[in-house]
Design a protein around this ligand. Structure first.
Ligand code: FES
Length: 367
């Protein structure tokens, strides 16, 4: 009984039933269109609006939609006289479609899908395979068993044929895999489910190589973005470490240095080794004005700061420019292996107007 009711009654509310409005009737028509059930006739619709039972509910078998119309009748000019005719047979081209083709209007698959959706909403018969083929401008397919008139047209127009017609129509929708039934509506009204229920392989763009390439590109971009985001997130938990050079280091033996300024450690340790007749000391290469690194000018026997022009003599004592005091000297001592051990973390200064630290222990090595 349930199957029979579904085949004949669709989703109509059970009796006793109040008068239905156009919206409910439209949804019923759309449901029947999707399921391949016979559509409601004008008489059925008027009866529903009046709140009267359907002919098959009365048991008198007088329903106008009791049997789908024959293909020839459906292929006549569409719908002016019958607003809600059943689907046309798959091999018939209606005059409306023939006129579109004659007008030279170009149709894409998406346009045909939209037209199918519109017909579904309006309760009009769906485009047949033949109509879709001519609208796409493709060569007509050879006649096959699948292109024969739809099973819905087979039953005789007798009231008792309704269940048979409904069952045959539903079976047709399952077995039918033509182009016209592939586009049965927009996804918003659940056509993917309807297509799956009808046994269709898929609804939507075809799985071409171009589309697969686009999907690969999109997923690659998503994966790259997520990877970069994860790395940035992971980096957040790592400590911020600065690898500064050691402040204590060896610079060789005192015998390695002759009189004067030696600049070979300037780049690596920012120091100059300076030897006078009686001592060896290390100048920290930082201008006492604002911290620039002065240049050693051997031809002028002085240090010259490139920033603001401060000048220092060969022992790092300022004599011109804005520098307020001589350059600082690093702590020096003899390591156990006899090399000079320099420690720039401990500096000796000669602040302006104050005693000099340059003669303190560790500020120089006697030679
Ligand atoms: S930083 Fe050397 S003179 Fe200004």
């Amino acid at each position: 009984m349930a199957d029979e009711s579904k085949g004949i009654l669709g989703h109509l509310p059970p009796l006793p039933r109040k008068a239905l409005n156009n919206s409910v009737i439209g949804m019923e028509q759309a449901y029947r269109q999707r399921k391949g059930l016979p559509l409601l006739s004008d008489a059925d619709i008027e009866a529903l609006k009046a709140g009267e039972p359907m002919p098959w509910e009365r048991g008198d078998g007088a329903g106008a939609s009791a049997a789908p119309t024959a293909p020839a009748a459906v292929s006549a000019p569409v719908a002016a006289a019958a607003p809600l005719p059943p689907p046309t047979a798959s091999g018939v081209i209606s005059e409306e479609v023939a006129k579109w083709v004659a007008d030279g209007k170009k149709w894409s698959k998406s346009a045909i899908a939209a037209e199918q959706a519109r017909r579904g909403r309006k309760g009009l018969p769906a485009l047949t395979d033949a109509e879709v083929t001519v609208l796409l401008g493709e060569p007509a397919a050879p006649a096959t068993a699948a292109s024969t008139p739809a099973p819905a047209a087979k039953p005789a127009a007798t009231p008792t044929a309704r269940p048979v017609a409904a069952a045959a129509s539903a079976a047709s929708s399952v077995a039918h895999a033509g182009e016209s039934t592939r586009y049965v509506g927009t996804p918003a009204v659940g056509t993917s489910k309807a297509a799956a229920a009808g046994g269709l392989a898929a609804v939507g763009p075809e799985d071409s190589e171009i589309n697969r390439g686009r999907r690969r590109f999109a997923w690659t971009a998503v994966a790259a973005f997520l990877t970069a985001w994860f790395l940035a997130f992971f980096r957040f938990f790592l400590p911020r470490t600065l690898f500064e050079p050691a402040t204590s280091f060896k610079v060789g033996y005192a015998a390695d240095y002759g009189l004067g300024v030696d600049t070979k450690w300037q780049q690596k340790y920012r120091i100059w080794v300076d030897r006078t007749p009686d001592r060896l000391f290390v100048i920290y290469a930082r201008c006492t004005h604002l911290g620039c690194t002065p240049d050693w000018k051997p031809s002028e026997n002085k240090f010259k700061c490139p920033c603001h022009g401060s000048g220092y003599d060969s022992e790092g004592v300022n004599f011109e420019g804005p520098a307020p005091r001589p350059m600082d000297r690093a702590h020096v001592e003899i390591a156990p292996d006899g090399q000079i051990l320099v420690d720039v973390s401990k500096l000796y200064q000669w602040p302006k107007g104050q005693p000099s630290q340059f003669n303190d222990d560790g500020a120089f090595l006697p030679v």
